[in-house]
Design a protein around this ligand. Structure first.
Ligand code: ZN
Length: 53
């Protein structure tokens, strides 16, 4: 049995680019991943975008 690979996606704050989160990619957001999260650096909710490694 092969182990199922989990797609872990890193998202960073578009405002400061310092804060990042890891998220599991779902089919709904396969094209472009954008989400609103609370940023510790900006001290407010900002848009987080996926970063490709
Ligand atoms: Zn930020």
């Amino acid at each position: 049995m092969a182990t199922k690979k989990k797609k872990r996606t890193k998202v960073v704050c578009t405002a400061c680019k310092k804060t990042s989160y890891f998220t599991n990619k779902t089919k709904q957001v396969e094209d472009k991943l954008e989400m609103s999260k609370f940023c510790k650096e900006c001290k407010k909710h900002t848009t987080f975008k996926e970063v490709k490694r």
